[in-house]
Ligand binder design. Sequence first.
Ligand code: FAD
Length: 419
Amino acid sequence: MTSPRDASRPTSWWWTQPTPTFQPLDSGLDTDVLIVGGGITGITLAYTLAEKGASVGLLESGYLAGEASGRNAGFLLAAPAEPYRERVEFWGREGARAVLQIGRRSHQRLRELVQRHGIDCDYEQKGSLRLSRSSVETEDIRASLPELRHDGFPMREVPVAEVVPAVAQPLFDAAFEVPEDGQVHPVKLQHGIAVAAIEKGARIHAHSRVTHARWQAGLWEVHANGQTARARTLVIATNAHTPQLIPALAPFIAPRRGQMLATEPLTERITSQPAYAQYGYQYWCQTPSGRLIIGGWRDVDFDAEVGFDTQPTERIQSAIEGGLAQLVPAGAAIEHRWAGTMGFARDGRPLVGWLDAAHHLAICGGFTGHGMGMAAACTLDLAELLEFKRAPGIASFDPHRFPDLRQRHEGIIVLGAGA
Ligand SMILES: Cc1cc2nc3c(=O)[nH]c(=O)nc-3n(C[C@H](O)[C@H](O)[C@H](O)COP(=O)(O)OP(=O)(O)OC[C@H]3O[C@@H](n4cnc5c(N)ncnc54)[C@H](O)[C@@H]3O)c2cc1C
């Protein structure tokens, strides 16, 4: 176990308890599949492949679940925070439905893993809330309800007074509930799955940054910590960081910052469900110990909330504090502040599938702020695709939906330095 007192650990509240230690790569590694990136994507893929009996390795540059996957709100949502109608306009009905189905299946997959391995991660399926701040937002959400229902996802309007404490009720115009959604302690969840994957034979290494890789004589040779890992198939699960290894993907996955804070434990229950407001730009939940975990407000400073810097900023943190003061007017001490980097995809949908099938290079990333709720089913399906089987659940996430990616006839055979 590593101790919360280690200064290099991520600063999110989820990292304040002891965590298991995952060793760095300190010798050569030979596996069928090698995954780069140890967040929810890499970890659930490693588990799934190991479960199928494949030989699988994973290299993570920092702590396992130390980046976005360990700095988020822990919401497991099937329906995205944005109005469904908007999603249908962007992606078409089939495309929007595919995202919903991935969300539902991801949640089911995580629940199954939590139960199968008895992972102690505060998992609860208690539904989620969308709270509208204006009549316009209310109408946007209301207008989506029939289409959502038709696609099999019941979201229902509930009285604000039933779900919001009296003091905060005037802030919201309407409330909507999705009963099937859930919440989890993301770091405990992922470390539990990683430990189970290792028990099934996966070779998982933290503190092992991949500097470069090259396709050579039918194998990927991947370099980290001065060691070489070899694999027949390479999967990039580095989300926002992907363009650092594959610069050609910079136009498709962009780094965006998300910020949060956590209060001291509160005696009052502010919310019993994960809550989203202002079209998904504001979100909060309360842990079993009573802490309010609240964040978002990116829309206050869109232009600044880009790039890889994970220092919380005064502007966004004070906007979040403003939201906190509305929910807890009596005040609450703030004990933790943090930021994380999300990978925003060009059309808002992740890139999942073969990037270059001829050179056995696949990708799973670009979750656009929803990876906790989407990755686990994407990796289930990707594991099928890696065996050259059909994977209809992720068909609409095929990276080659972008014509400019299809046009790369020469293939991708070098990653990182020299790419
Ligand atoms: C503040 C905030 C709140 C959020 N809230 C939610 C939420 O409630 N629900 C939800 O569904 N989503 C939420 N998200 C988004 C969610 O956290 C991400 O979509 C998800 O964690 C992405 O997982 P990932 O494994 O693909 O990427 P990451 O967690 O970013 O993992 C990628 C990993 O790759 C590693 N890496 C990068 N380069 C290399 C290299 N060269 N070699 C080795 N390793 C490398 C990184 O160190 C990193 O650990 C939130 C995000 C933030 C920042």
